[in-house]
Design a protein around this ligand. Structure first.
Ligand code: ATP
Ligand code: BTN
Length: 252
């Protein structure tokens, strides 16, 4: 079996001009036995998706649509905070391009001035109690010119608005190496090693929020994250901890 370092170094790489979803391409790579360490990029996606089947606007040519396959031996329960760590990898990479003040929204968004700059979609395969593969999907808005932005149901932004033109090749190179490092750090210590750094970018700390659990809403003030990346909320009925999955966070 390859170690993680070797897997990422030897992993196969595809760049697609047009694809349905880079996360699908990664799933195909797993199916074809070339999964671990696989990476792909696309110039355009016809069915880019977010959580719960929501659409991710993926116009041609100027943004980043990236998927990688990471393997874990630890079982799914140890992966609770993984999407938070991926968010931090994006923040570290994008910060190198002169963007100051990026925010992280639990569990899977990167924000700038409360507007969504990047989204993360993790999809898991394999044995939830043993070896599993995680497809790490990252959509980063570099320049949304030409996108059908009316279809985006919440405030969004792109790097063009924040810092102007960015060299996309350099950006992808930074993002890939940042993801690589975060994967290694996560393997070594789980989300706990990223918690303090994540908290420095927490866009919702101290804010009054509503957490949607199915069709129930729970209101409270965000106190922060626990060691495994659960959202800690102070509610009228005391402290409650939420884990990613099907939970959404909104300003109250
Ligand atoms: P939740 O908090 O429930 O996870 P979310 O805001 O993270 O919700 P998703 O469920 O992941 O959202 O769905 C994608 C969201 O991103 C939709 O609200 C969609 O309108 C918005 N969106 C789609 N394309 C883009 C884009 N290119 N840039 C920013 N936002 C987008
Ligand atoms: C979100 O809505 O927060 C998650 C969006 C994730 C979008 C990326 S783009 C690359 C990869 N392929 C997809 O279909 N989705 C992810």
């Amino acid at each position: 079996h390859l170690n993680p370092e070797a897997a990422l170094a030897l992993g196969q790489f595809d760049i697609f001009p047009l694809i349905d979803s880079t996360n699908n391409a990664a799933a195909n790579a797993i199916r074809d036995g070339r999964g671990w360490g696989y990476s792909c990029l696309a110039e355009q996606q016809t069915s880019g998706r977010g959580r719960r089947g929501r659409e991710w606007q993926s116009p041609f040519g100027r943004n980043v649509y990236l998927s990688q396959v990471w393997e874990f031996q630890s079982g799914a329960s140890a992966l609770e905070g993984l999407s938070l760590s991926v968010g931090l990898a994006i923040v570290r990479a994008v910060s190198k391009f002169g963007v100051i003040g990026l925010g992280l929204k639990w569990p899977n968004d990167v924000l700038y001035e409360n507007k969504k700059l990047a989204g993360i979609l993790l999809e898991m395969q394999g044995d939830p109690a043993g070896v599993c593969q995680v497809i790490v999907g990252v959509g980063l808005n570099v320049d949304m010119n030409g996108a059908d932005t009316d279809a985006i149901s919440q405030p969004w932004t792109d790097l063009a608005q924040i810092v102007g033109a960015v060299d996309r090749n350099k950006l992808v190179a930074e993002l890939m190496s940042s993801l690589h490092l975060v994967y290694k750090e996560f393997l070594a210590g789980g989300f706990a090693v990223h918690r303090d750094e994540w908290s420095r970018h927490d866009a919702f700390a101290g804010r009054d929020v509503k957490v949607q659990l199915g069709d129930t809403y729970i209101e409270g003030v965000v106190s922060g994250l626990d060691r495994s990346g659960g959202l800690v909320l102070m509610t009228a009925g005391g402290e409650r901890v939420f884990n990613g999955g099907e939970v959404s966070l909104r300003s109250a």
